[in-house]
Design a protein around this ligand. Sequence first.
Ligand SMILES: C[S@@+](CC[C@H](N)C(=O)[O-])C[C@H]1O[C@@H](n2cnc3c(N)ncnc32)[C@H](O)[C@@H]1O
Length: 303
Amino acid sequence: MNYRHAFHAGNHADVLKHAALLALCEALVRKPAACFALDTHAGRGLYRLDDAAARRTGEAAGGVERVLQAPDAPVLSSYRAAIAACRRQQGDAAYPGSPWLLAHALREQDRIACCELQPEEAAALRRNFAGDARVAVHERDGYAAIPALLPPKSGATRLNRGLVLMDPPYEAQQAEFDTVLDALRGGLQRWPQGVFALWYPIKQRATLQPFLRRAAHLPAGGVLCAELQVWPDDSPLRMTGSGLMICNPPWQFDERLSALLAALHSLLAPDTGSHRLQWLRREGEDAAPRPSAQRTPRSRDRG
Ligand SMILES: C[S@@+](CC[C@H](N)C(=O)[O-])C[C@H]1O[C@@H](n2cnc3c(N)ncnc32)[C@H](O)[C@@H]1O
């Protein structure tokens, strides 16, 4: 396990993932019933864009910093407000990770479980949320936490509403794509009402097709993918963009994502980028027969 998110905090992939995560939380908290959020690959929860790791890659300059320099756009206002709130609390160079954003967007009655396998990251995560009784930090494998923690309960009460964010580092390359699909299938079977959001890296889109075809057969009420590439598909770079796959998306979430993708495309990569919103399967649509024994071709870690 070599991956450290501090090198990539606030990059274009974080902007897409974090803005969409906040929009998912907004949809969840529209109803008063308590929600549960599971962050299977949580990282440390808070980053500093002036530390050595972030400065070494400079990736935030092509991500969050561009969003903050642009005039406000309604579809990005929750994301900008969350960054501003994080910076008021943690200082001007802070950048919130997914656990911080969940804690920010969810309410007193909601519960958040964050899993992180790397001991130093898990210790920092625990420190960062020591004062927040809603947040449980688990130093454990996030995939194994899915059967252990779902369906969620608060005392004896089962929680029906909520989300699972899966944001692995893809260090296992091809094998990780197979693992995430198995984990999603298991999670959806245990918690069919849950919203499941999976981040994935894009190098060349064509290589993702077998993975996306298999994802269309997940046992969900709709599978939606939002993808933002900041570099052309044939670029020699390791990662040209990223996608977020959402199983059981909230009502009309495709419209929200469509506006978000268009805004991010024009802000982050107006000349070199592209975006795409794709239903792998709509709610109520039958899945075609499942492809047999087809595995995902080589991909790569998130670079
Ligand atoms: C991409 S980062 C997470 C970033 C975070 N979700 C965010 O948006 O702020 C992935 C994290 O997963 C951790 N990790 C790797 N394998 C894991 C596993 N099997 N279970 C839990 N955490 C894991 C890594 O140490 C790393 O901190």
